[in-house]
Ligand binder design. Structure first.
Ligand code: NAG
Ligand code: NAG
Ligand code: NAG
Ligand code: NAG
Ligand code: NAG
Ligand code: NAG
Ligand code: NAG
Length: 633
C-alpha cells in the first residue's frame, strides 16, 4: 500500500451513516485474480477510505463507430478528427448519471457536504469509514500483507443497487489489486510500479561484446538504423517538422543517458550528436542520473536512439517522462497529462495501479498532478505493458476508451506487444484465469489488447539472411507477444482478417488455451524487427531484443508519413488500425510467414500467410505505405 493512501486512512473517524438496504444490490466487480502469497485480515471499521465512484460516460456504445468514421479509409469523414471540446462533451457523464449517484449516496446516509463531484464530472468522491463503505457496497475490506512487508487494501468483490449499476464504471479502492511483487529499484521501499520496466518486462540484452563492426552485410547479427532503412524502405526527409510531433513515453526511474545518445549518434547518425529530445515532465518526471544500469537506462536509450535516428535531425522528438522517483507513474498518469477530461487523479486514480500526486514522500513531486498539460503528439510510442489478468475489465475498459478518444483527436498510439510469446510477463501463464507458473492457458498483455491501440510485435532477419530476404517472427532471446484478449471483444476492423486466420490455419489448441470463439480482440496488429539492436548503453555498445524496439521504429515510420501528409495540407493519421487491416492497405505490408511465439509449454501460434497472432499484418514498407496514405483525404 502506498503511503499517500495510509495518510488518508489515518484520518479521524467520521460518524457512521444509517445502514442502507442491501436487498437490491447486484454484483458489480469481482477481483480479476486471487492474491497468491499474501496474508489478509479485516480492515478496522473506523478507518476512513477515500471512495471514488467512476461514472459511466455517455455514448460509449458509439465509440467504435465514431472512431471508424474518422479512421476507416472508406469513410466519407476520414481524417476529420475531433476537437478536445467535442470529445469531452460527447462522452461526458450525463447530468442524470451524476444525480443518480448523488441520490444513492445521500439516501445511504452521506450528507451533501461529504459528496464531491470532480470538475470534469468523471468522478464522485466521498470519504467513508470502512463500516460505511462495507454497508454501501455490500462487501468486506481487508488489509493484505506480503511477506516483504508490502501492504494493500481491498475487497474481493462489491455490489451496488441494481438501478445504479448502469451509471457506474467502477468504484475505488475495491478489487483492483496489484499482484506484481514489489522490487526495489532505487534502493527505496516503494513498490516497483506496474507500468515500469524491470528485468521481467523491459528489453532483453545479451552481454556479449560487439567484436565485429556492424555493416549492411551482417544485419542478421547487428541491427542498425541503416539495416532498418533497407528492410522497410525508409528514405524520407521531413519537410514540415515544426508542424509535426512524435512522443516517446518513459516512466521514471527509467531514464536516457545523454552521453549514450552521443555515443550512438557518433557511429550511426553523426549529424545528431548533441541532439536531445524535448522533455515534457509529467507528475514531476525527470531524467534521473542517480542510478545507471541496463535495467534503468536500456528502455529509454533504445527508444530514443532509434526513434531519433530514423526520423532524422530535422524532426524534434518529445519525451513524455512520467512520474517522480519515489512513486513512478502508470498508463493512466500519462493519459491524464494529454487529456484533461480523463484526469483520473481528480478523485479517481487507483493507489494500487497509478501514481498519486502531489506526492509528499521524501524526494517526491509535491506539485499539482499533471492534467491536460500537453497536447497529445501525433504519434506516441510506449514500450511498456502489464499482464491483462492484473486489471479488472472495468479498469481496462475505462483506460481503453481513452485510447479511442486519442484516436478521435488524431493521435496514433503504439504499444509493444510483449516479449514472452503467448505467455505473460516473465513467462507466467494462467490456470482458469489465475496466474500459475505451471499454467498452460495463454496470458495476454494490457493495454495492447485494447482494440483502440496499435499493437506492435517483433520480427527478425533470419540467421544467414540479409535485408533483401523475408523476415521471420522473432525467435532470438524473445518471442513476439500475441494472441487473444480475455477482456475485449473483437473490433469490426479486424474481423475479416482474423477469422481468415482462424478458419484457414486453425491452431491446434482448445478453449483451455485461449478464447477461440473468433469474437475477441486479437493482437498484434503489425510488427517490425526486434532482434539484435545495437544500442549504446552505459558507455558501450550492446545488443538488445524486444518488441520494445519494434514500437518506436513503427512510430518513426508513421511520423514520416504524417510529415508527408501535413506538407500537402492534410491531417495526421490518428488511429491506423482500420486502414492497415483493409484490403486497400494490406499489400503495403511484408507478410511474415515463418517462426512462432512459443510459451506456456506450447509452440504458441505460427506466423503464416495473412494476419497472424505473432506478427499481425506484417512489417510496413514505407515506400508503399506512404503514397497510399497520401491518397486518403
Ligand atoms: C477526503 O479527505 C481528504 C483528506 O483529508 C480531503 O483532502 C478531501 O477533500 C476529502 N474529500 C471529501 C469529498 O470530503
Ligand atoms: C541507487 O542510488 C542510491 C544512491 O546512490 C543507492 O543508495 C541505491 O542503492 C542505488 N540503487 C540501485 C538499485 O542501484
Ligand atoms: C563505432 O565506431 C568505431 C570507430 O569507427 C568503431 O571502431 C566501432 O567498431 C564502432 N562500433 C559499433 C558498435 O558500430
Ligand atoms: C516542494 O518541494 C520543494 C523541493 O523539494 C520544496 O522546496 C518546497 O518547499 C516543497 N513545497 C511544499 C508545499 O511542500
Ligand atoms: C510447478 O511445477 C514444478 C515441477 O513440476 C513443481 O516443482 C512446482 O511445485 C510447481 N509449482 C506450482 C506453483 O504449482
Ligand atoms: C470468449 O469471448 C466471448 C466473446 O467476448 C465470450 O462471450 C466468452 O464468454 C469467452 N469465452 C471464455 C471461455 O472466456
Ligand atoms: C505450425 O505449423 C506447423 C507446420 O505446418 C504445424 O505442424 C503446427 O501444427 C502449426 N502450429 C500451430 C500452433 O498452428
Amino acid at each position: 500500500m502506498r503511503s499517500s493512501f495510509l495518510q488518508v486512512l489515518a484520518l479521524a473517524t467520521i460518524a457512521c451513516a444509517a445502514p442502507s438496504s442491501r436487498s437490491t444490490h447486484v454484483l458489480h466487480e469481482k477481483r480479476a485474480a486471487e492474491p497468491v502469497g499474501w496474508a489478509s485480515r479485516r480492515l478496522e471499521s473506523h478507518r476512513v477510505l477515500p471512495i471514488r465512484v467512476g461514472l459511466k460516460q455517455s455514448n460509449m456504445d458509439q465509440l467504435e463507430d465514431m472512431l471508424n468514421s474518422v479512421a476507416h479509409p472508406e469513410s466519407e469523414s476520414y481524417g476529420q478528427h475531433w476537437t478536445p471540446e467535442k470529445v469531452a462533451d460527447f462522452f461526458a457523464p450525463s447530468d442524470n448519471t451524476v444525480e443518480a449517484i448523488k441520490d444513492w449516496l445521500m439516501s445511504s446516509g452521506f450528507t451533501a457536504d461529504r459528496v464531491r463531484v470532480s470538475p470534469g464530472k468523471g468522478w464522485i468522491e466521498v470519504n467513508a469509514t470502512v463500516a460505511e463503505a462495507e454497508d454501501l457496497l455490500n462487501t468486506e475490506y481487508h488489509v493484505y500483507t506480503h511477506p516483504s512487508g508490502h501492504e494493500q487494501i481491498g475487497c474481493d468483490s462489491y455490489h451496488v443497487p441494481k438501478h445504479i449499476q448502469e451509471h457506474v464504471d467502477l468504484i475505488k479502492p475495491t478489487v483492483h489489486f496489484n499482484h506484481r511483487l514489489p522490487t526495489y529499484p532505487m534502493g527505496n521501499k516503494r513498490e516497483y510500479h506496474l507500468g515500469q520496466p524491470s528485468s521481467v518486462n523491459g528489453p532483453k540484452t545479451l552481454d556479449t561484446k560487439i567484436e565485429v563492426e556492424p555493416t549492411m552485410s551482417n544485419c542478421d547479427q547487428f541491427i542498425t538504423p541503416d539495416c532498418l532503412r533497407a528492410l522497410y524502405n525508409i528514405d524520407y526527409t521531413p519537410i514540415v517538422p515544426q508542424k509535426n510531433s512524435y512522443g516517446i513515453v518513459e516512466f521514471t526511474p527509467q531514464a536516457y543517458v545523454a552521453d549514450d545518445l552521443d555515443l550512438f549518434f557518433r557511429n550511426f547518425s553523426s549529424r545528431q550528436i548533441g541532439q536531445r529530445p524535448t522533455l515534457v515532465s509529467i507528475d514531476g518526471g525527470f531524467v534521473q542520473t542517480t542510478n545507471q544500469s541496463f535495467d534503468l537506462n536500456g528502455e529509454s536509450n533504445l527508444d530514443l536512439q532509434y526513434a531519433m535516428a530514423l526520423v532524422g535531425k530535422r524532426q524534434p522528438i518529445t519525451l513524455l517522462q512520467a512520474g517522480d522517483l519515489p512513486q513512478g507513474a502508470s498508463f493512466d498518469n500519462w493519459l491524464d497529462a494529454v487529456d484533461k477530461s480523463f484526469c483520473t487523479f481528480e478523485g479517481g486514480d487507483d493507489p494500487t495501479q497509478d501514481g498519486i500526486y502531489p506526492d509528499n514522500l521524501e524526494g517526491g513531486y509535491n506539485g499539482t498532478a499533471s492534467c491536460g498539460i500537453v497536447k497529445p503528439p501525433h504519434v506516441v510510442s510506449i514500450s511498456y505493458g502489464q499482464d491483462e489478468w492484473t486489471v479488472t475489465p472495468a479498469y481496462a475498459n475505462r483506460q481503453c476508451a481513452e485510447y479511442a478518444k486519442l484516436g478521435l483527436l488524431g493521435t496514433t498510439v503504439l504499444y509493444s506487444s510483449g516479449d514472452d510469446g503467448v505467455a505473460g510477463g516473465g513467462g507466467v501463464c494462467l490456470t482458469n484465469g489465475q496466474p500459475d507458473v505451471n499454467g498452460t492457458q495463454f496470458a495476454p498483455s494490457f493495454p495492447v489488447t485494447c482494440p483502440y491501440v496499435t499493437a506492435v510485435g517483433a520480427t527478425q532477419i533470419n540467421p544467414g539472411s540479409t535485408t533483401d530476404d523475408p523476415e521471420g517472427a522473432c525467435e532470438q532471446v524473445i518471442y513476439s507477444g500475441g494472441g487473444f484478449s480475455n477482456i475485449f471483444p473483437m473490433p469490426k476492423y479486424q474481423a475479416k482478417k482474423v477469422n481468415h486466420f482462424l478458419k484457414n490455419h486453425p491452431p491446434p489448441y482448445s478453449a483451455a488455451q485461449y478464447n477461440n470463439t473468433g469474437n475477441v480482440r486479437a493482437y498484434p496488429d503489425l510488427s517490425a524487427n526486434g532482434a539484435n539492436y545495437v544500442i549504446a548503453i552505459d558507455g558501450g555498445f550492446n545488443l538488445v531484443f524486444g518488441t520494445s524496439a519494434s514500437s518506436p521504429v513503427v512510430g518513426a515510420m508513421i511520423t514520416l508519413i504524417n510529415d508527408a501528409r501535413i506538407a500537402i495540407g492534410r491531417g495526421p493519421l490518428g488511429f491506423i488500425n482500420p486502414a492497415i487491416y483493409s484490403d486497400l492497405f494490406s499489400w503495403a505490408f511484408n507478410d511474415i510467414k515463418s517462426g512462432g511465439n512459443q510459451g506456456c509449454g506450447t509452440p504458441g501460434f505460427n506466423a503464416t500467410e495473412g494476419w497472424d497472432p505473432v506478427t499481425g499484418m506484417g512489417t510496413p514498407d514505407l515506400s508503399l505505405l506512404l503514397p497510399l496514405f497520401l491518397t486518403l483525404p
